[in-house]
Design a protein around this ligand. Structure first.
Ligand code: GLN
Length: 477
């Protein structure tokens, strides 16, 4: 059942939150061993919460827009007293003493938080194979990855273990797994959703957003979690315009641009599977039939996006991850001196990809290399923002494939990090600019694997983005 319908049924007393929860917990019980989507379940708390919601309804009060809807959190979002491992050994035993803002907003809206989902360690990866707790598998084909880094959240929604989940997106980690698993994934405008209580990876890029089975459910969830938060200094002060009314608003008269560099043409980023390019173009045609005008948009700096991101993100990560020193958080491996203790702790606590990022980032920031790498990457970021701004003079919204390929096999890309990194080529631009972007399922490839189409909008243009997403979804009905 859709989250929107579930909430309605619970609010009206037609279904009890307890019965809904039992149904989902039973499915989790059946499928999680195979998928490894959840790394932690808060069964007792979820049951108590569902019972409290049922009492609220019985007392004639409204528990809120997500009444009784089971929700999963990616394991880098804090919930007081519950494990928050970030897919890492170093935070294996850590339990935060506070709730993330998204956690408290979901609870205040009547949602029932059921547990934490698996992820690439510290959200670094595109396949969920970099988790210290084993890989997650794609429910459409368990020999394949669910994408990453929010692979556990995407897989849990795709297998209907929960109707809604939250993910985080630094370079595509909500959208790419959504595309691989055939669900909707939204990265809001940078600052639209509070990051308070999200474990930081690359702070100028990180955003939290929903994963859902359909566009309306993702809109409902975004409307609950978005909005100003004084606890996050990068939180946008403006009122967030609710997006739920946009889903059925249609695209009549909208101007939509297909980003030519993110297609399979020769002037582009390269490596885009022609079948996926064709699907994105079919989505464009469907939008045209729905009353929009469609043209080609040019973002030449797209071809530098990957290089810029893989300097900026590791640079910020190397700084953010300095706090895991065996003193303040999580695991400690004792040694004779403090310095030796720190080395031993970080050597044992971090996995290979995290170590690689810390080394790359530290190198890019070091004296003598800063100008050549980090500074240059920031210039690309500015260039990219300018090119998008000029594209938005001619178009309201842009579209492209979400990922260059469909879900790949487990182990297929683990030997060479570059083969993993290139999977983020279509999603990275929106993180560098801070613009909102989302992935909407648009059919399957010839092997039967889901394909995602990406919708990108100017900053705080979520309303228009959801109009287009709603129309793309509608076109498949
Ligand atoms: N795959 C990208 C990376 O490894 C993006 C990760 C993310 O968005 N968290 O950095």
């Amino acid at each position: 059942m859709r989250a929107t319908e579930l909430a309605e049924a619970v609010r009206s007393g037609e279904r009890s939150a307890t019965e809904v929860l039992d149904e989902y917990l039973e499915r989790i019980e059946k499928r999680n061993a195979e998928l490894n989507a959840f790394v932690h379940l808060d069964e007792d708390r979820a049951r108590a919460r569902a019972a409290a919601i049922d009492e609220t309804v019985a007392a004639g009060q409204d528990p809120g827009p997500l009444a009784g809807v089971p929700v999963a959190l990616k394991d880098n979002m804090c919930r007081a007293g519950e494990p928050t491992t970030c897919g890492s050994r170093i935070l294996g035993d850590w339990r935060p003493p506070f709730d993330a803002t998204v956690t408290s907003r979901l609870s205040a809206a009547g949602a029932v938080i059921v547990g934490k989902t698996n992820m690439d360690e510290f959200a670094m990866g595109s396949s969920t194979e970099n988790s210290a707790y084993g890989p997650t598998r794609n429910p459409h084909d368990i020999s394949r990855v669910p994408g990453g880094s929010s692979g556990g959240s995407a897989a849990s929604v795709a297998a209907d273990l929960v109707p809604l989940a939250l993910g985080s997106d630094t370079g595509g980690s909500i959208r790419q797994p959504a595309a691989f698993c055939g669900v909707v994934g939204v990265k809001p405008t940078y600052g639209a959703v509070s990051r308070y209580g999200l474990v930081a990876f690359a702070s100028s890029l990180d955003q939290i957003g929903p994963l859902a089975a359909n566009v309306a459910d993702s809109a409902l969830c975004l409307d609950v979690i978005a909005g100003h938060d004084p606890l996050d200094s990068t939180s946008v002060p403006d009122h967030f315009v609710p997006v739920s009314p946009a889903v059925d608003a249609g695209v009549e008269g909208m101007r939509i641009g297909f980003v030519s560099q993110l297609g399979s043409g020769s002037d582009g980023v390269g490596g885009i599977d022609p079948e996926i390019d064709a699907a994105a173009k079919r989505a464009a045609t469907a939008l045209e039939e729905a009353g929009a005008t469609v043209g080609e948009a040019s973002i030449p700096a797209s071809v530098y996006g990957l290089s810029a991101y893989y300097l900026i993100a590791p640079a910020e990560a190397s700084s953010n991850l300095a706090r895991y020193d065996g003193v303040r958080y999580g695991a400690r491996v004792d040694a004779k001196t403090t310095a030796e203790m720190m080395v031993a702790t970080r050597t044992a606590g971090f996995g290979d990809e995290v170590k690689r990022r810390i080394m790359l980032g530290t190198y890019a920031l070091s004296a003598g290399y800063y100008d050549a790498y980090y500074d240059k990457a920031q210039r690309v970021r500015t260039l990219m923002a300018r090119e998008f701004a000029s594209a938005y003079e001619s178009f309201d919204v842009l579209i492209s494939p979400t990922a260059p390929t469909a879900a790949f096999k487990l182990g297929e890309r683990t030997a060479d990090p570059m083969t993993m990194y290139v999977n983020d080529v279509c999603t990275i631009p929106a993180n560098l600019t801070g613009d909102p972007a989302m992935s909407v399922p648009f059919g399957n490839n010839s092997a039967g694997l889901p394909i995602g189409v990406q919708v990108i909008a100017p900053a705080l243009g979520e309303f228009d983005m959801f109009r287009v997403a709603g129309a793309i979804e509608e076109a498949l009905r």
